[in-house]
Design a protein around this ligand. Structure first.
Ligand code: SAM
Length: 277
């Protein structure tokens, strides 16, 4: 194919992914977390708490300066503020940022900076580095997550931390029987979810995620590929946690602990260098 045509098509697709993220997250706004109980059920809340504790243990300076990319309505941002850190949050969506702004407690306002802009533009223009960079459920929304990861690593101070949280796991299914049961449980979980949202009068946006969740087209994000990219960028991966996320805690627990199936991962890495090395 003609190189110019290929480039034009790539730019059109990239722009479509961005525009769809703007559109979908403008609709999500204050109902984002109520519409996504998979991020707040008891099972996922425990995973989040344990991962934040792990991050805190690795941070050399406490409180620390932390950059939250794709911060949304504050899933990571608010608990990190509560732990006393100084936060900078970046998100494409004015609506998501507005919801978060309203939730920042008065006493934490001086430690909070929120910017409504694309992460790609932020990473290209801002020179500051941070003790930690955190991202929750962002990478699978990006057209070219690999180039973003490369620039994200440059924002971490030597000895600082990178936390990539709650991304869809790209993997090869090795046990069709277990994954058959896993799928049946998923269907039940979704049926309950639809009823629950109806009862709570929360409109669903399911058909709207096709382009905004761009990396799901490829089955999600491969953590092995991420580890490779991070290594090249001078990061040491300390932990990759894989588990099964579901709308509700009980199916998430059964899938993860009984069926031992997975669909989500979290990753913690440290930048080489720094005063303790
Ligand atoms: C699935 S939500 C996750 C929000 C939050 N991190 C959480 O875990 O609840 C993805 C967020 O990424 C933002 N986003 C998507 N593409 C982006 C981009 N190119 N630049 C900045 N933010 C982006 C969306 O606006 C949305 O708030």
């Amino acid at each position: 194919m003609d190189v110019m045509l290929e480039l034009t098509q790539e730019n059109t697709l990239k722009e479509k992914v961005l525009q769809e993220n703007l559109r979908v997250h403008a609709l999500e706004n204050r109902l984002y977390l109520p519409r996504h109980p998979e991020q707040t059920n008891f099972f996922q809340s425990r995973v989040l708490r344990n991962f934040l504790n792990q991050l805190d243990r690795h941070l050399k300076d406490s409180p620390s300066s932390i950059l939250d990319l794709g911060c949304g309505t504050g899933y990571l941002y608010l608990p990190l503020l509560e732990r006393g850190h100084t936060l900078t949050g970046v998100d494409l969506s004015d609506e998501m940022i507005d919801v978060l702004q309203q939730q920042v407690p008065q006493e934490a306002k001086s430690r909070s900076t929120l910017l409504a802009m694309e992460v790609e533009a932020f990473l290209a223009t801002e020179a500051q580095t941070y003790d930690a960079v955190v991202l929750s459920a962002l990478l699978h929304h990006l057209y070219d997550y690999e180039s973003v990861v490369n620039k994200v690593c440059a924002k971490v101070k030597p000895g600082g931390m990178l936390m990539i949280f709650f991304e869809p796991l790209r993997q090869k299914v090795t046990s069709p029987v277990r994954y058959g049961l896993h799928k049946s449980l998923a269907r039940l979980d979704e049926a309950v979810y639809k009823m629950d949202m109806k009862l709570k009068r929360i409109p669903l946006l399911e058909e709207d995620y096709e382009f905004s969740d761009y990396q799901r087209r490829f089955g999600g994000i491969d953590p092995n590929r991420l580890v490779e990219l991070l290594t090249v960028d001078g990061m040491e991966t300390l932990d990759v946690e894989k588990y099964c996320s579901r709308r509700y805690g009980i199916p998430a627990f059964i899938s993860t602990c009984v069926l031992k199936t997975q669909n989500t991962f979290n990753l913690l890495a440290r930048k080489k260098g720094g005063r303790l090395e």
